[in-house]
Design a protein around this ligand. Structure first.
Ligand SMILES: N[C@@H](CCC(=O)N[C@@H](CS)C(=O)NCC(=O)O)C(=O)O
Length: 240
């Protein structure tokens, strides 16, 4: 039977997450895990993880990673889309002059295995993301050294990768997509809101151009009370 990589149950097994060691209770890491002494792990989120981590964490910091740009270039047939209408979610594009802002979460003790097992399913198995380690730079200046963090990146080799498209086409695809986690519009707007409120100093032309394109297609999303009153006060053109 032809393998359909789009179907989650048929997706090729993702590479094992480096931190989910199959350590036995007798091995040092197994004993540490058993005693809840696992070393803390930092997980960097830059898409839905910034507003819906979905796992328990000890602390979190807003900040950025260097050398990557955020792009709505990953298809999604589960969380924010379907097999017939794949949604678009974000991944990272290697871009040596760029920074991507997001949130790093610190997990400790039993939170480590629980969060990594949860994310392995949500991101790797269902989302097509791989894992790698990056240097995270907290926004707070009291932390000098960057923090090593795990990040989930969807590479062009994964079967759901969609790659570049115009901001207008991406917005149009987002407007018609929804999945098990909700509408793709919510995914875009919550990420844009996160950036506006928590990283107002950061630029993200790609994200805000898509949001702008979406508003021009769906202005109702962004009418405020005042603008509706203004519109109402505009004298109606006489039908002639
Ligand atoms: N790995 C990125 C993107 C994560 C992401 O958006 N993954 C999708 C998987 S396709 C997801 O978890 N969606 C859940 C949701 O949309 O609520 C991050 O760190 O935030």
């Amino acid at each position: 039977m032809k393998r359909d990589p789009q179907r989650p149950e048929e997706r090729p097994e993702p590479p094992p997450c480096p931190l989910l060691s199959s350590s036995s209770p007798s091995s040092p890491s197994g004993q540490a895990e058993g005693a809840g002494l696992t070393a803390p792990v930092w997980i960097f989120g830059y898409g839905s993880l910034v507003w819906r981590p979905g796992f328990e964490f000890t602390s979190r910091k807003v900040g950025f990673i260097r050398g990557y740009s955020r792009r709505f270039w990953q298809g999604d047939t589960f969380h924010r889309g379907s097999e017939k209408m794949p949604g678009r979610v974000v991944t990272l594009l290697e871009d040596c002059g760029a920074c991507t802002w997001g949130v790093a979460y610190e997990v400790r003790g039993e939170q480590v295995a629980a969060s990594l097992q949860y994310l392995n399913v949500r991101e790797a198995v269902l989302g097509g993301y791989d894992t790698k380690f990056v240097e995270f730079h907290p926004q707070e200046k009291d932390v000098e050294e960057p923090i090593l963090a795990l990040v989930y990146i969807a590479t062009p080799q994964n079967p759901s990768y969609l790659g570049p498209a115009s901001e207008e086409d991406i917005a149009a695809q987002i407007i018609v997509s929804s999945g098990c986690a909700g509408h793709n519009i919510e995914y875009l707007l919550r990420l844009a809101d996160f950036m506006r409120y928590f990283c107002p100093q950061a630029e993200d032309k790609h994200l805000f151009s898509i949001e702008e394109a979406l508003i021009s297609i769906l202005p109702c999303l962004y009418y405020t009370e005042e603008s509706l009153e203004e519109t109402a006060s505009v004298p109606q053109k006489s039908k002639g």
